[in-house]
Design a protein. Structure first.
Lengths: 249, 249
């Protein structure tokens, strides 16, 4: 936790309290903070700032001199459409996409997504993983999340109106490389090149997308691109691909 | 495992055998492969290719019609100097850096590296993690790895001759952003821009580098750059940063 995020209800005037067990434990045990220490805090959906610890009990921490004056960092102009991964990696992926500042996350079914993944209790804990990601990335605004259990109806009926500035599909067998794609956009745009990157990226889970899925997406105007001959773990791929947005922010 | 890597000793003429327990288990259980199926294989330090399964026993798999005709993908012209992370994340980091094609990995001590990390049995298993990374990334050539338990002597006495084309330090409090850094290099170079990225990057573990470390590195000619206001998990940061090299390969 690089900051402690609290809901608006926990604030009153210049004081606030923390009663979430994980946060209390982190502050007293990991940070080993004491009365009088300054904490980096934020208000969910609000500003970031600091506060001073006024009192610590095993269940509750009281804060005073609360100052929330720093706006959260801007979100990336980006929707990630991710094939629902194994429950085990879902937590870290949600955390990382949130920490990186993705604005919209769509978890979608794919041919290689096992049906059992949609039954995972992890899907009921997305808010928790998002909170972890916000506290890691020092942000207060959660990404919008939607679940799409049916690939074809989503792609055919809903996708087109969600693409604001081009969409790409990460696909190892694409002819065009991500770097060629960016180069093309650079040639067709004027600096500052903030819009050379697409506003939507499709990333498959282990095993990637099948040809049928890729073709359906291409029919809706998406461009398939590869990121080189190397195949990465889903987690590594998501971070490596989204890292490109860091360059153009 | 996106390919099965075998040492040269396991090959003879057009046949080969697999007797490594993990590999045998993966082929028979995860892939559920049968006699007659084709496997994607590679020879450590050699070529990639395919082979056909001639026989399967619980301990050993015989291969025939071995064809090793594909050169492994080129390595990134990159040395990652990584503050030794928690043992728990070391495995995945070694795998990911290997899968991404980093040529040299230097694990170094830092102020925020706990002393106990250097005693971890994980450090004795680096070859195993590298093999996992090669089999994930479909490569046959391991990165060179070195351990530097003393930060200052390494930086002062050895670093300069290891930097072939600039070095950067990932540091959240740097004034220059990674994107400004790349922009500057683009302005000073002609296409193709394969050398706009540095040949060495320093990445801290949790908590990052302390000022003293950053100053010592700057004195040796390294440039500190930040990747935006968001703070990422070490794993996410490594992949997001190294992802930049995918654009210029």
């Amino acid at each position: 936790m690089n900051c402690i995020l609290l809901p608006a209800a926990n604030f009153s005037n210049e004081s606030a309290h923390i009663n979430e067990a994980k946060q209390v434990e982190h502050i007293s045990q990991v940070l080993a903070a004491k009365v009088g220490d300054t904490l980096k805090i934020g208000q969910l959906k609000g500003n970031l700032g600091s506060a001073i610890i006024a009192d610590i009990t095993p269940e509750r921490i009281e804060l005073c001199e609360v100052k929330l004056t720093i706006a959260p960092p801007p979100k990336l102009n980006l929707t990630v459409v991710l094939a629902l991964p194994r429950p085990k990696v879902l937590r870290r992926l949600m955390m990382d996409m949130t920490a990186l500042g993705v604005r919209d996350i769509i978890l979608i079914n794919s041919y290689r997504t096992q049906k059992s993944y949609w039954q995972s209790p992890m899907l009921g804990r997305l808010d928790e993983f998002v909170l972890e990601g916000l506290q890691q990335g020092v942000d207060t605004v959660a990404p919008r999340i939607s679940l799409q259990k049916r690939f074809k109806p989503f792609v055919e009926d809903e996708l087109a109106q969600l693409i604001t500035n081009r969409a790409i599909i990460a696909h190892p067998y694409a002819e065009l490389s991500f770097s060629q794609y960016v180069q093309k956009q650079l040639e067709n745009s004027e600096p500052p090149h903030s819009s050379v990157l697409p506003s939507m990226v499709f990333i498959g889970a282990e095993g990637g997308w099948i040809d049928y899925e890729v073709e359906l997406l291409i029919k809706q105007g998406c461009q398939a691109v590869h990121i080189g001959p190397r195949i990465l773990r889903t987690e590594a791929a998501v971070n490596a691909i989204l890292g490109q947005w860091l360059l153009y922010q």
